[in-house]
Ligand binder design. Sequence first.
Ligand code: SAM
Length: 276
Amino acid sequence: MISNKEKFLKYKPKKFLGQNFLVDDNIAKKIIRACDIKKNDSLIEIGPGHGALTKHLVKLTKNYLAVEIDHTIIEKLRLQFDNKLKIIHQDFLKLDFDSELNDIFNIKNKLKIIGNVPYNITTEILFKLFELKDKIEFAVMMIQKEVAQRITAKPNTKAYGILAIQTQLNTSPEILFNVPPTAFFPKPKVHSSVIKLEFGKEKYKLDDKTLFKKIVKESFGKRRKVMRNSLKNLFDDLNIVTNRIEFDFSRRPENVSIHEFVTLSNEISLLRKIQK
Ligand code: SAM
């Protein structure tokens, strides 16, 4: 019998596309169970690779679409699935959900997104999903363990930063389980985690998303500095802001909760409107 490893040795994985293929079927089944797929669900798989998850997913719903950037993999998958697999040759980051998906799916339900994603573009994928949050029910993704910890981090910890704030602002994230490097071929240098991001109701009401992004970015750009110093570049009238807004600007950003960042941003936005 040909082992998984021998099968993959025939194909040279492309490191620049983050190709570490899952070869442990028990882990694949555990991920699928976490997705709780129903037969009418609309499902998008990011980077199906050699089909470790795909072979299970296509049995669960007909509304399945794979998005893969590597055309050699696509040809192999088409053969493997007798040309019955819905797959597009596309960079997921450039996929236009409005125009391209409507031709493929009759989207009645919100989308479920699943993928063992390329670790080099995890953050970009996350930010794309946040932009599309109204169309998504949840995402289940295998990512680098250290990134999963940053995503779920709470204030007053080293891991808390922009990624935690943006993810928790847009979703409810949860680490489901960890996966060792031995579950992949080739073995990655890092450990992995499977996470679930629930895109439910908005938890925070932001008046000005752009302003909020800038405040968080400037604050964590110099995370050891107190916010009075970090925000100098953002506001040339910082004295007016600090005098008129009830917030202790001598705090460091890692000790400020998401709720407090949202309140700060909304109050500055209101102050700007009054000043105009
Ligand atoms: N899902 C497979 C598995 O579990 O074994 C493959 C996982 S591998 C970590 C990542 C996959 O994403 C590869 O097949 C790679 O070619 C594909 N990929 C990389 N960048 C991509 C992008 N921008 N858009 C779509 N697919 C991408």
